[in-house]
Each structure stands twice: as structure tokens, then as C-alpha cells.
Design a protein around this ligand. Sequence first.
Ligand code: NDP
Length: 316
Amino acid sequence: MGKKGKERARERREQRRQEISHLRTVPYSPHERWWSKETVAVVTGANQGIGYEIARQLAVHGLHVVLTSRDFDRALGATTNLQAEGLSVQPCQLDITDAGSVMSFASWIQLEHGGIDVLVNNAGVNFNRGADNSVEFAETVIKTNYYGTKRIIDTMLPLMRPSSFGARIVNVSSRLGRANGRKNKIGDPTLRENLMKDETLSEQLLDEMLTNFLSQVNDGTWQNGGWPQMYTDYSLSKLALNVYTRLKARKLSERLDSHRVYINCFCPGWVKTQMTNWEGNMSAEEGADTGVWMALLPVENISSGRFYAERREIDF
Ligand code: NDP
């Protein structure tokens, strides 16, 4: 993108930021507010950054939030801050890569609340910064961002409460995980096409893609594998999460209306958090906005299997 293109992109971003800032001041009408203080929202990795902000904003809207962190003390610290603002928030330990932790969490939710209405899968890792592109931690990145998120979705699905407004799953993903991204796309056109087409997309295809990438990491050939060029391990983990969101939405659409679960993903933008070493062009508060908006969409406006950014649908 040339200098003028960059300038135009910056102006468009700024304009959308102002529009959203205005939209955030518009209160939900009683008709749109499908939730109450009994509505339970779980946010993963919510001790800091975007997850903390999603938890805070959902609680400000009047939901009860279970704020989870892989470290209980960090969950407690964040919860204490929010409770001091008068918000209804509860801490709980949850490491999405640890099967035991996920099972204990599900049992605790069952006992404490009987079920949940909203699940925000925010927990994630990225070990690259700036222009780095190391795959030293590729296994952890894929195990956390894709398989960990999948694990928590599968474990929590039976606990998602049936209702007329539908339970909601929001996956915090990234534009870096687009199969057809301008700079960061999958090189193999057949794989790209198979990921995009409903008839060829499957969990097995995703598993094979990730296994193939990790074996190339192990034997040192990944650089010639046609993978995304920026933050390769992270981009692939988010690509798998995006594509899985579409796949899962299709499976969930077979449910009866009374047991509807909507699942979508979004990109928060480039956000100043620990993950980006505090670089970025927006605050965590702004980055959380689209996720909160998606979780609270009035039932007549909600769809499933979509990818959003700045409160608008974008391509996978
Ligand atoms: P942070 O590093 O601030 O937050 C990440 C959170 O995930 C932390 O709470 C971290 O816990 C938690 N986490 C990591 N691994 C696990 C695990 N195994 N189990 C449970 N929690 C875990 O980064 P951000 O707030 O920026 O990131 C939040 C989400 O947004 C991520 O999914 C990220 O990929 C996504 N994102 C961020 C962008 C950005 O520009 N910041 C851009 C696009 C997407 P701990 O504190 O213990 O490390």
C-alpha cells in the first residue's frame, strides 16, 4: 500500500472509530435488552487486556460475569477491581490448555449457576513481536489458540442454557487468520479453496493442516510450506479458529430453535496490550467493543458463523 493508500486507510479507521464511539453512547432499548442480571457470561483470559475489558463492559451492561484466568490470584485481583465499581463479577481459575482445569471449571459452573448464556473465548498467546517471525513456540500457540478454544467450546456447549434469545459464543480471533488475506494468505490454492468451501471443510482438514505445519516446524522446512508470512504460527492458529467457527455454526444450526447457540468470531484490531508490547492504534476498551456488541445483539439481528471487525461483517 502506497503512502496515499495508508493515509486513506488511517482516515477511514479514524472515522469508524468516531462512529463506534457515538454508537456506544446509544442505550439499548428495553425491547433490545434480552439479558438480565441473572444472565451469566464467561470470559476466558480476562485478568488483563481485551478480555478484562470485555468482562468489564458486559458487567456494566448488567450481566453477571465469570472472570476467568489461568492464575486464580490474577482472576481475583481483576474481579476485586470490578467489584469495587459495583459490578457483578466472580473469579474462577481456568487454563484452556489443561483438560483437568476445564473439567473442574465446567463442574463448578454447573453447581454454581446451572449453566451459562454467553461464552467469550478471548484467551490466547502470541510470542512474536514487531517484525519477528519465530516458530519456537508454535506448538503452544496452536495448542492454546485453536485446540484450547475448541476444548472449552465443546465442554461448555452442554451447559449453554436454552432460551428464546439463544446462547452466544464469541471467539476473539484476528484478521491475520484470513485464508485469503491480502498479504498473509495460504499459499496452496487447493487448501485455500477446501478451507473456504462448506463441502470440503472439516475438522479433519484443519487437524491435517496443523499437523503438517508442526511437522515442518520440527524438520525445519516450514518456511517453504506456503504458510502465512506474518506471525506464521499465530496466523495459522487464528485461521483454524475462524474456519472452525464457520464449521461449528453449521453443526449448531441443526438444533431446535429453543436450543439455539450462535457462534461468531471477530478481530479486535491492533490493540495496545501486553501481547503487542503495548503497540497498536487502539485501547483495550475500543478493542473489546465489537465482541461486546456481538454478545449482546438483539435476537432479530443475530446470525451465526460470521466474522466481524468494527461492528461490521468481514470476509474469512
Ligand atoms: P494479553 O496478552 O493481554 O491477554 C491474553 C490473555 O489470555 C491473558 O489473560 C492470558 O493469561 C490469557 N491466556 C493465555 N494462555 C491462556 C491459557 N492457556 N488459558 C487461559 N488463559 C490464557 O493479550 P490481548 O488482550 O491482546 O489478547 C486477547 C485476545 O485478543 C487474544 O486471543 C489475541 O490473540 C486477540 N487479539 C489481540 C490483538 C491485539 O492487537 N492485541 C489483535 C488480534 C487479536 P496470562 O495473563 O496468565 O498470560
